[in-house]
Design a protein around this ligand. Structure first.
Ligand SMILES: [Zn+2]
Length: 164
């Protein structure tokens, strides 16, 4: 067991604008749930708002969640001691309909599932390992749960604001 596992939770606010994320997360059940999940894990989750630019591999992505995939004894694993990084792309989120609590919060909620849900992370790892060997329909569905949570977040916000 790596030595740093005895440290406490590491949800790290790395951008002054992240108070906006904290605020919108606390406004719905799903946001609260995912925010708490990020605070409970025993590895570092860094959440960054990228003001300009997009993800190179997926320019339409509103957010990404990245892990370090390492290999030990010929077996790949997600090296959580290296932390997990969530990036929210302001340019993309803004383009898709505004930099609102609903859009930021739902994107953050989506990515936080990838960052905290062990089953989801195992499936992401499976896909990363098998994508060259299997046809796409045989890979795991890693997006449904995050999408459902983001949708529930949006519904919760809609309920509170009556739509924006
Ligand atoms: Zn996703």
């Amino acid at each position: 067991m790596p030595a740093n596992r005895d440290k406490m939770s590491k949800y790290q606010i790395t951008n002054p604008n992240n108070s906006i994320v904290r605020d919108c997360k606390s406004r719905t059940t799903e946001g609260e749930e995912q925010f708490n999940a990020m605070q409970k894990v025993d590895y570092n989750i860094q959440l960054i708002i990228q003001e300009t630019g997009v993800d190179k591999e997926n320019p339409d992505a509103r957010g990404t969640c990245t892990y370090t995939i390492a290999e030990r004894n010929g077996k790949k694993f997600i090296d959580l001691s290296k932390g997990v990084k969530i990036t929210l792309y302001k340019e993309v989120i803004t383009k898709d309909g505004g930099w609102t609590e609903t859009n930021i919060g739902s994107t953050g909620t989506h990515e936080s599932v990838h960052a905290t849900d062990k089953e989801n992370m195992n499936d992401v790892l499976y896909n990363a390992t098998m994508q060259d060997k299997l046809s796409p329909e045989l890979l795991k569905d890693v997006e449904s749960v995050p999408k459902d949570k983001a949708k529930a977040y949006r519904a919760g916000m809609y309920f509170q604001t009556g739509g924006e």
